[in-house]
Design a protein around this ligand. Structure first.
Ligand SMILES: Cc1cc2nc3c(=O)[nH]c(=O)nc-3n(C[C@H](O)[C@H](O)[C@H](O)COP(=O)(O)O)c2cc1C
Length: 223
């Protein structure tokens, strides 16, 4: 793909005329050119029960596999559930506020971070201070790959961590549960209980100037 073609697929920060605004352009106006995948991905709570082919599930983890990590340690571990029996077991590891909607998703996963460097080398056996950060990079790769193949994902920090380790048999001596992940096709939020149905949709972001500052820190905030 040439540079011109790449740019033509970008979303530009131009004002969208009143009549032709979409929900996304209204709630998520961009402040600089960016690939649409970053803006169009959002985390629904309403999932359809349409199954995800095993090969598609593999593509998500394959994307995660290529995430960068400190010392190339790749400290992430995804354990996932597809069968109704496994999903019911995994759902027990979610906080009730998440279980109520996430148990419908056709794929549930938990992401763990390996606490100590495991690969041969000078760090072997030492605590890995960026393990969860690296696991987060793998999560984001998975989320974007899912979006690119028409799937949605929803990360959940609201999990019963000890219970997750117990239910899945993952030793706490080696790993720490980081998040749960619901994966599937987005559905209309009609079946969602309140307050979730009213909240369903893409969310806004802080201004660019508040999160990326050149040269000096500026504490100026709107609120
Ligand atoms: C680490 C992490 C933990 C999260 N925990 C929860 C959670 O427990 N329950 C939930 O409904 N959403 C959770 N979310 C989803 C966020 O609320 C959501 O990503 C954020 O509001 C931005 O919205 P978007 O993903 O639709 O762009 C979590 C997201 C992340 C990245």
């Amino acid at each position: 793909m040439s540079d011109t073609e790449t740019l033509s697929t970008m979303i530009r920060p131009t004002a969208v005329p009143e009549g032709s605004q979409t929900l996304l352009s209204r709630v998520r106006p961009v402040e600089a050119e960016v690939n649409p995948m970053f803006v169009e991905r959002w985390s629904p709570r309403a999932f359809s029960d349409e199954p995800i082919p095993a090969e598609t599930v593999r593509t998500l983890f394959e994307a995660a596999r290529w995430a960068p990590s400190s010392a190339n340690e790749q400290p992430w571990l995804f354990v996932y559930a597809v069968s109704p029996e496994d999903r019911a077991r995994f759902a027990q590891g979610l906080a009730p506020m998440n279980r109520v909607w996430a148990e419908r998703a056709p794929v549930l996963a938990f992401l763990f971070a390996r606490s100590r460097f495991d690969q041969d080398g000078p760090f072997h056996g030492h605590a890995n201070p960026t393990a969860s950060f690296d696991a987060g990079a793998a999560w984001m790769s998975l989320a974007l790959q899912a979006h690119l193949v028409g799937l949605s994902t929803h990360a959940m920090g609201g999990i019963e961590r000890e219970e997750v380790h117990r239910l899945l048999g993952v030793p706490t001596t080696e790993f720490s549960a980081v998040i749960g992940i619901a994966i599937g096709h987005r559905a209309e939020p009609v079946a969602l209980p309140e307050p979730y149905a009213a909240r369903e949709g893409p969310s806004p972001r802080r201004p660019l100037s508040e999160m990326a500052q050149e040269g000096h820190f500026s504490a100026s905030r709107k609120n």
